[in-house]
Design a protein around this ligand. Structure first.
Ligand SMILES: [Zn+2]
Length: 251
């Protein structure tokens, strides 16, 4: 079910064990071949799949579309809010949900730049709401081991606008993928301890803007993206997501 498609009396009458999902995303550059809405569309795609499978056991909130993307703003079109603004937005919405009596609150993240502040939200909101299960999940992390097996582009290939995101967009919105604009991998290497992608983080964090990480804005290799892989990712992530939601629901 979608939160904003129900009426107020319907929300009031719902079983309060139903997990409520807040999708958080980004509107930011994804190289020359993918649209700015890529992270929002991918997050909403995973939610739609979940709704198809277990729609009566999950409640999906409207997405917070604009996330923390300051490091992308050297590229035109990227939008960003400050970490404090984003934390307040998540907290304000979660406070409303809890006020209506819901016991299971989950943030579903689809953008790397939101990871740190989503973790902070988990610590603060979880502590202040001991009556609730508070969860933060990022789609590529909940099924990491299985996703690693799908990876064809090797280390550093499944990064921002790279193999996986391109595969998903070829499935979700093929008309928005400009395949002729896909170029060679442009990851700029630094220290070995700082290297990482969606599948394996670096040993230590080294701050760089996206422009410094990759002049094309793509971190990874989009050439390996396929619609077939998009379907495989959807299935793997869908299963993992469904397990979390049903575990929280507990029925
Ligand atoms: Zn993305």
């Amino acid at each position: 079910m979608y939160w904003d498609q129900l009426t107020s009396p319907q929300i009031a009458e719902l079983d309060k064990n139903i997990p409520v999902i807040l999708p958080i995303a980004a509107i930011e550059q994804h190289g020359a071949h993918l649209p700015l809405a890529t992270d929002r569309m991918i997050g909403e795609h995973h939610c739609q799949q979940l709704n198809k499978k277990i729609g009566d056991k999950v409640l999906i909130l409207p997405t917070i579309s604009v996330g923390c993307s300051e490091h992308h703003t050297d590229f035109a079109g990227s939008l960003s809010v400050q970490h404090s603004t984003f934390l307040n937005q998540m907290t304000d919405i979660a406070n409303c949900v809890v006020k209506y009596g819901f016991k299971n609150f989950m943030v579903l993240n689809s953008h790397g730049g939101n990871l740190a502040i989503a973790g902070t939200f988990l610590e603060i909101f979880g502590y202040r709401n001991p009556q609730c299960n508070v969860v933060v999940a990022t789609w590529w992390k909940i099924a990491l081991e299985k996703l690693k097996k799908l990876n064809k582009s090797g280390q550093g290939g499944a990064g921002h606008a790279g193999e996986f995101e391109t595969s998903l967009m070829l499935l979700i919105a093929p008309k928005l993928v400009q395949k002729d604009k896909i170029g060679k991998k442009t990851n700029v290497p630094t220290f070995d301890w700082a290297e990482g992608d969606m599948l394996a983080g670096g040993k230590a964090g080294l701050y760089r803007t996206m422009k410094a990480m990759t002049p094309s804005g793509v971190y990874g290799d989009a050439n390996y993206g396929t619609k077939k892989q998009g379907k495989q990712i959807t299935k793997i992530v869908g299963k993992a997501l469904q397990k979390i939601v049903l575990d929280l629901y507990g029925k």
